[in-house]
Design a protein around this ligand. Sequence first.
Ligand code: ZN
Length: 96
Amino acid sequence: MSRGYKLLNHQRQIYSTDEPGTLGGYRPDRIYGRLDCPSALRHLAGGTYAKHRVFFADEPMAIAAGFRPCGVCLKDRYELWKSDPSALFTAVVKDA
Ligand SMILES: [Zn+2]
């Protein structure tokens, strides 16, 4: 009953839920990645990143929200997105 997690939905609105997010995101650049992404952790350690950090329930939600994959921790996804963003959307969101 705590609703302890705040996630971003596909309209980029924050909502509260009991389920922790599975992916992290950087709002200004609309990038999503793994929670343990080395790039994200490095930026978090730098201090200014945390207030822009958002979380997603799953990957289709992140992509539907207009975020793109991180080039560090989601390299395969990133390459697909770079070559054809709509292909990534189709592959991930439509199958969800
Ligand atoms: Zn990453």
